[in-house]
Design a protein around this ligand. Structure first.
Ligand SMILES: *[C@@H]1O[C@H](CO)[C@@H](O)[C@H](O)[C@H]1NC(C)=O
Ligand SMILES: *[C@@H]1O[C@H](CO)[C@@H](O)[C@H](O)[C@H]1NC(C)=O
Ligand SMILES: *[C@@H]1O[C@H](CO)[C@@H](O)[C@H](O)[C@H]1NC(C)=O
Ligand SMILES: *[C@@H]1O[C@H](CO)[C@@H](O)[C@H](O)[C@H]1NC(C)=O
Length: 321
């Protein structure tokens, strides 16, 4: 009697154990599936986004940047200054480049935590890295030149901000998935290449880049649940593609502020007109980048400013921060 009861207890216990073990196994495999899933969502799942966990073998220097607003400092990885006096040279010397513009972005993002940041023509990622380091949850860097992309990726790894950053290794253009050659614009400024002609794919040539339309970011924006974002764009006279290919992005998410390099594109009237019409039609006002005051001059050729801010009428307080 006693023995049978013991035996039954034992059976019960081993059955319970088995159930526990099986459920543990099932739960664990579900958990690991989920982990894979979410890791892919944040890194390699989007067309054109690169895997932020890949370690590059290239050797290059990474430096800590200047402290901005007494609070934010980050890391960027630079080029050999002989090839890049303009950007890397300045960063090595001063810890920063385009300080007043970077500070503007840092100020806006740090005081509006709901905003995402889209950095078009990210170069070696000084804007992207400050944005990520200050805690912006969704930073999308679009950069077509592979030596730059490798440097941003290394900086992202050093600062451990992989979950916040998406790097699209693409050039903004009027067509998706075309290949373009780059041509050097300014000697000693490796990041200043302009888009040249459509060519055949060549994965061995870092001067052949793949293209993206701005609306191609819609799946990324949807998966990350991005509703509001600010943009910095500096792509050597190709800025009009933001407007020509971004109809849906601009209607589906709120984009109150766009920082755009203006000095070069304003020399190409067809492109500058397209940009101006696009923003004016959508209720944006041009603001001077140095003072952050409205540009009262109607004729954009007379705007004596390297960069222009397009700010929505409803969001001009972004200048007052
Ligand atoms: C992530 O996605 C890529 C492409 O969609 C796939 O090849 C890879 O196996 C996935 N990785 C994981 C860990 O699921
Ligand atoms: C880095 O180098 C190792 C060993 O030479 C090689 O196996 C690996 O594929 C390289 N990684 C990349 C990203 O090229
Ligand atoms: C895209 O731009 C190129 C070069 O400016 C032009 O030749 C081509 O017609 C454009 N394609 C489309 C679809 O707009
Ligand atoms: C790129 O390099 C690889 C390895 O050297 C080679 O097999 C491939 O054919 C090259 N591709 C092109 C388009 O030249």
């Amino acid at each position: 009697m006693h023995a049978t009861s013991n035996l039954r207890t034992l059976k019960c216990i081993s059955l319970l154990c088995m159930i526990l073990i099986v459920s543990y196994l099932i739960r664990n495999s579900l958990v690991s599936l989920n982990e894979n899933h979410s890791r892919n969502l944040s890194t390699t799942n989007f067309e054109g986004s690169i895997d932020l966990n890949v370690i590059t073998n290239d050797s290059f220097q990474c430096v800590k940047t200047k402290l901005l607003l007494k609070e934010y400092r980050t890391t960027v990885c630079v080029h050999n200054i002989r090839k890049d006096t303009d950007v890397s040279g300045l960063i090595i010397r001063n810890g920063i480049w385009e300080e007043h513009l970077v500070t503007r972005i840092v100020r806006i993002l740090s005081m509006n935590r709901q905003l995402s940041f889209i950095d078009i023509g990210a170069n070696i990622g000084i804007y992207t890295m400050y944005a990520a380091k200050l805690g912006c949850k969704n930073v999308i860097a679009i950069e077509c030149f592979r030596p730059n992309v490798e440097r941003i990726r290394r900086a992202v790894q050093l600062e451990n901000v992989q979950n916040q950053v998406i790097i699209m290794a693409r050039a903004l253009y009027n067509k998706s998935n075309a290949y373009l050659s780059l041509r050097t614009n300014i000697a000693n400024n490796i990041g200043s290449q302009r888009l040249n002609a459509e060519v055949q794919k060549n994965e061995n040539d870092s001067l052949v880049v793949q293209t993206i339309r701005f609306d191609d970011l819609l799946p990324v924006v949807r998966k990350r649940d991005i509703r509001e974002a600010i943009i910095k764009i500096d792509i050597e006279t190709s800025e009009h593609h933001l407007c020509g290919t971004g109809e849906q992005m601009f209607s589906q998410i709120n984009i109150p502020f766009v920082m755009m390099e203006w000095a070069n594109i304003k020399e190409i009237p067809a492109r500058a007109n397209l940009v101006q019409e696009f923003f004016v039609k959508r209720g944006y006002i041009p603001f001077k980048s140095v003072t952050c005051e409205p540009e009262t001059e109607k004729d954009y050729r007379l705007w004596h400013t390297q960069d222009i801010f397009w700010i929505k009428k409803t969001h001009t307080h972004l200048c007052k921060l």
